[in-house]
Ligand binder design. Structure first.
Ligand code: PMP
Length: 415
């Protein structure tokens, strides 16, 4: 029995199966036990923006372990925790004139979302959270209740409370203006819609199918939040840490969320890590109200601090935008070349996707691409979107190779 067969006997929970056993990885490439090479257009679902085994981060981790640095310390202060906080402030917050307190909510994206939802309800004393269709915020009960995907919610067995899911931007058709609708409900005291504690959203929905909110729409959401004293939570777990270009995905819109959720690539090296950014005046936590064993792991602090070197200049963001435009152009050309696949290209930065209008085609294309040495994941409510989300450090050669495998797979799948 191969290792892969043995693993198949475990409880199956990941949506897609990649039929091989991976052994090594470097930059934007992975190798399996047979020595086959794969280009990574998946990047650990956005957790590997700086690539696999970045040499600088690796060295810092090795040095720290060699020096017998404290590895696990729960909430105690450590030198590496202090260094991370100082560097994060200097490199990320101050240049953007943002003032947030940093909270360590637990190791995952779901943990940061849970902390944000809890805090919003505690501060406002209100129950409801407004979220958006196709949004994805995590798999525990709270995060799942604001996740706008009925299949994922089905995992909870019974309906979840305390959340209202509104259409996201204009994705269900231009004629649905969900924000005007929301305002009408809020204005009408008899409407039965109680004032929500918060609105939570992704500026680009990752799992939902690379749905990009316009900057105007984001500004309108912020206006509504300010007008009605509703907290604005941006879930930047997937779109953050430079995935769309700037460090925070909301930067181009100029909005200033009350709470920001970061995980995935904030860990730098694919290590489990998350932070919740809270406007200072909103820090109403009493000690012990939100804690856990694996908060702020020191290896993650070491990796995350070193990863901030990518943000010392604007270059990294500019390069991501350039590469993103190149990918988007390529995907747009595919839409014209293969009309039979009914394609639509969309995305921002290196968070790009190709939507297939023909059922099951995205899945088939990703399977064929895998056989040809490209790892690409599907997303969207019916798995109709092939995601193009390589590590941001990918070079043009890697991008060209990956995109050409994607095109060959479309040709094969639509033959
Ligand atoms: N929010 C967003 C936007 C995500 O994309 C994800 C993960 N795909 C999560 C939250 C949950 O993160 P995790 O899987 O680390 O719990």
């Amino acid at each position: 029995m191969s290792v892969f067969d043995q693993m198949e006997s475990e409880v199956r929970s990941y949506c897609r199966s990649f039929p091989t056993v991976f052994e090594k990885a470097n930059g934007y490439k992975l190798w399996d036990t047979q020595g086959r090479q794969f280009i990574d257009f998946f990047a650990g679902a956005g957790a590997l923006n700086y690539g696999h085994n970045d040499p600088g981060i690796k060295q810092k981790l090795l040095d720290y372990i060699a020096e017998d640095g404290v590895i696990h310390s729960l909430d105690m202060a450590t030198t590496k925790k202090e260094e991370f906080l100082k560097r994060f402030r200097e490199v990320i917050l101050e240049p953007r004139q943002l003032d947030y307190k940093v909270m360590f909510p637990g190791p995952t994206g779901t943990n940061t979302v849970e902390s944000a939802l809890k805090l919003a309800r505690k501060i406002t004393g209100r129950e409801t959270i407004i979220s958006f269709t196709q949004g994805f915020h995590g798999m525990t009960l709270g995060a799942l209740s604001v996740t706008g995907n009925s299949f994922k919610r089905h995992g909870a067995g019974v309906p979840l409370n305390h959340a209202v899911s509104m259409p996201y931007d204009n994705f269900l058709g231009d004629d649905i203006d969900s924000l005007t609708l929301l305002e009408r409900f809020l204005e009408d005291k008899g409407s039965g819609v109680s004032l929500p504690a918060a609105i939570i959203l992704e500026t680009v929905q990752g799992e939902g199918g690379i749905n990009v909110a316009s900057q105007e729409w984001l500004k309108r959401v912020e206006e509504i939040c300010r007008r009605w004293d509703i907290l604005l939570i941006i879930d930047d777990v997937q779109a953050g840490c430079g995935r769309t270009g700037p460090f925070f995905s909301f930067e181009p819109s100029g909005i200033q969320p009350d709470i920001v959720c970061l995980s995935k690539s904030i860990g730098g090296y694919g290590l489990p890590f998350a932070i919740t950014l809270i406007k200072p005046e909103l820090d109403e936590w009493a000690p012990g109200e939100h804690n856990g064993t694996f908060r702020g792991h020191n290896l993650a602090f070491v990796a995350a601090t070193e990863a901030l070197r990518f943000w010392e200049t604007d270059e990294f963001a500019k390069e991501t935008i350039r590469k993103g435009e190149k990918v988007n152009l390529f995907l747009k050309q595919l839409t014209e070349k293969y009309p039979q696949a009914q394609l639509e290209a969309r995305g921002r930065g290196l968070m790009q996707g190709l939507a297939f209008g023909v059922d099951d085609l995205a899945d088939k294309v990703c399977e064929l691409a895998f056989e040809r040495g490209l790892i690409a994941e599907t997303s969207g409510s019916k798995g109709e979107v092939a995601k193009v989300m390589p590590p941001l450090i990918i070079d043009d050669e890697g991008l060209d190779q990956g995109l050409s495998i994607l095109e060959d797979s479309i040709i094969e799948a639509t033959k």
